[in-house]
Write a protein that binds this ligand. Structure first.
Ligand SMILES: [Zn+2]
Length: 296
């Protein structure tokens, strides 16, 4: 089902810079599963991506000019066709290929309210993100990036061929080559790695690595503990702009800047993460890396 809107551009977002609050003009309101779907020109809400749904959408509330408050129970990424105003969400948005048509990313706030929201169309509202949930997700997401770098380093001795795709620390990018799914909650990031035929072909010593998961996990935890002790700054840039823009996460590890392309939210400094504990659990065709965080 295509929803027709009068939208011509994507949403401007500020979550990348860590914003929890912002003002926006309500540009689209439609009833949606017993509640409402709201799109604004600008928002601090981070929406779950349909392409790589690792970090869940923000929750929070929208406060309208007359003091009415509506609860946001989820935020989704939608696509708007700049020509026709057609809006796609969920599986229909995922079916659109990158660089196909004139589609622009929008943040669809899913609102649970039996009030009539239609009268607020065109009006300004305040957007307030649930800070507790966001803080946990940001800590777990930053910890997941540290774990990926530490995993690449610990897995480096198990590459039997020269693997060209390297992370910004110069290690073969095992994480990128083997990751199947990632799931972030305020308590942990769960990354599923598959070591199939193609990875073996690329040169990884599958049995060697899977046979030493405990010592690999030990090395990862040691690395992360040392990095956290340095308390480097973390940035995501651009911190504001169109949802579609390519964003880059950066921090400093062992005295050098490192980066990963990322569309999620992060802490502003490594000290905000608290304690991190990584475990590696074997599966039928690889392993699961669980990166638990405890923010203080
Ligand atoms: Zn990320």
């Amino acid at each position: 089902m295509t929803i027709v809107t009068s939208l011509k551009t994507g949403s401007v977002i500020s979550f990348a810079g860590g914003a929890l609050e912002g003002r926006g003009r309500i540009d689209h309101v439609a009833s949606h599963e017993g509640g409402w779907l709201i799109i604004a020109d600008s928002t601090p809400f981070h929406p779950v991506s349909f392409r790589w749904p690792d970090q869940p959408g923000d929750r929070g509330k929208i406060e309208f000019g007359d003091g009415t408050v509506a609860e946001v129970i989820d935020s989704l990424t939608g696509l708007v066709d700049a020509g026709t105003g057609a809006l796609l969400i969920g599986a229909e948005a995922a079916a659109i290929r990158k660089n196909e048509g004139d589609w622009h990313g929008v943040v669809a706030h899913i609102v649970n309210s039996d009030r009539n929201i239609l009268p607020y169309l065109g009006a300004e509202a305040r957007f307030l993100v649930d800070a507790t949930q966001r803080k946990g997700l940001s800590a777990a997401h930053t910890a997941a990036h540290l774990a990926a770098f530490a995993l690449n380093e610990a897995a480096a001795p198990f590459w039997k061929k020269d693997y060209e795709d390297r992370d910004t620390r110069g290690r073969p990018n095992f994480d990128k080559a083997a990751i199947e799914t990632a799931n972030i909650t305020p308590e942990a990031s769960t990354d599923v790695y598959r070591l199939g035929k193609s990875l073996k072909k690329k040169g990884i010593d599958r049995d060697g690595l899977l046979g030493q998961l405990d010592s690999v996990a030990g090395e990862i935890n040691q690395r992360i503990t040392a990095w956290l002790a340095k308390d480097a700054r973390v940035t995501v840039t651009p911190s504001e702009g169109q949802l579609d823009e390519v964003r880059v996460w950066r921090t400093e590890l062992d005295g050098a800047e490192v980066s990963i392309p990322c569309g999620g939210t992060h802490v502003a400094a490594l000290s905000e993460i608290g304690k991190v504990n990584v475990t590696l659990t074997p599966t039928e065709d690889g392993f699961v890396m669980t990166t638990r965080v405890r923010t203080e």
